[in-house]
Design a binder for this molecule. Structure first.
Ligand code: ATP
Ligand code: MG
Length: 332
């Protein structure tokens, strides 16, 4: 079976409905078809300022939500990036074959650094995509599921792998990005022109995986729609309604076209009620399980340590080979 690698940054309180439909649900399916490795990328998180106490807790909470959502930490590998030292070690080697201009062209870096200003922008943020390349290449991953915003980073990973291989001899597998279907993108309920994002501005527009069921239902029932009455999927003309259809389709697995038929002649109230019910039903067991896991942090930490060992067994071998190829003297 082909190897798959994907990662997500730790999120402070909770993951949101967009992360759930766009990442966790996809991962849960993919883990049946691939030799899957999932990572909570805490080293990426510190490329912007973090509160240390909150970061540690966010890392646990994110891992707990992966497991609660159905990522199997036995058949798949689920680990914390900073637990495997090979990540920054390989990143350093890759840094030395990455062009300054090449890194400066990354749009995520350009956006974030522009917002922060030159003095607040760190070398870490600049090198972020190279660390991501190390994450992927260490595991010989063939497939990397990512959102559109990360596609350019996977392109860079491919370039670096190819460059290293041609300079030093065949070492890395050249991976492919796997981007998600359109319907898997979820938008802010209050502002359906922007994607649902943890850094979003409308608290009522974001549904958190760990929200109380009542709060989940309330947010969905207050979603912005439009003044027409027809329920059809048309993201340009009807972003709010289309978003609700995407959400309902995402959590139930029913294709959007079948939902359009189902709602023919019905009103927005029906769409909202059914969507709210479906999301509450989907989230409730996940929330309960996540809170259970978080109730015993020592047990969760042990599980993560065990998974880090499994990840390191693969990563250390790739790192050793890469060090050898560039001519670093092995420590005997
Ligand atoms: P930020 O605002 O900091 O970028 P985010 O909410 O976009 O945060 P990320 O950590 O960037 O979350 O993304 C984690 C994963 O969730 C990625 O795989 C990303 O593609 C997916 N994802 C994030 N937001 C959405 C969304 N609105 N719809 C579908 N998938 C999403
Ligand atoms: Mg994002």
């Amino acid at each position: 079976t082909a190897r798959l690698f994907s990662g997500m940054q730790p999120s402070a309180e909770s993951l949101h409905l967009g992360n759930y439909v766009g990442a966790l649900l996809q991962w849960k399916k993919l883990q049946n078809d691939f030799d899957a490795i999932f990572c909570v990328v805490d080293l990426h998180a510190i490329t912007v300022a973090q509160d240390p106490v909150k970061l540690r807790e966010a890392t646990r909470r994110t891992a707990a939500q992966y497991i609660a959502a159905g990522i199997d930490p036995e058949s798949s590998i689920l680990f914390v990036q900073s637990h495997v030292a090979a990540h920054p070690q390989l990143a350093w080697v890759l840094d030395t074959i990455t062009g300054y201009g090449e890194a400066a062209r990354m749009t995520q870096f350009k956006d974030k650094s522009q917002k922060q200003g030159a003095d607040a922008t760190t070398l870490g943020l600049f090198a972020y995509p190279v660390l991501m390349a190390a994450d992927i290449l260490l595991y010989n991953a063939e497939v990397v599921p990512v959102g559109d915003d990360q596609k350019q980073h996977v392109e860079l990973t491919r370039d670096l792998a190819t460059r290293f291989n041609s300079r030093f001899g065949d070492t890395f597998v050249v991976p492919e990005a796997k981007t998600l279907a359109d319907g898997a993108r979820i938008y802010d309920l209050q502002n359906p022109g922007s994607k649902m994002s943890k850094s979003g501005e409308s608290p009522q527009g974001i549904v958190w995986l760990l929200d109380e069921p009542k709060a989940v239902a309330k947010k969905i029932k207050s979603a912005v729609t439009d003044t027409e009455r027809e329920i059809r999927f048309d993201p340009k003309a009807k972003p709010g309604v289309s978003n609700l259809l995407s959400i309902l389709s995402g959590v139930t697995g029913t294709p959007v076209a079948a939902l359009e038929d189902h709602f023919a002649g019905k009103g927005y109230g029906d769409l909202k009620t059914e969507t709210a019910d479906a999301v509450v039903a989907e989230f409730e067991p996940v929330r309960t399980r996540a809170l259970e896991l978080l109730d015993d942090p020592a047990e969760l930490d042990r599980l993560l340590a065990h998974n880090a060992e499994r990840a390191a067994a693969i990563a250390d071998e790739t790192l050793r080979l890469a060090y050898d190829r560039v001519g670093l003297l092995p420590r005997v």
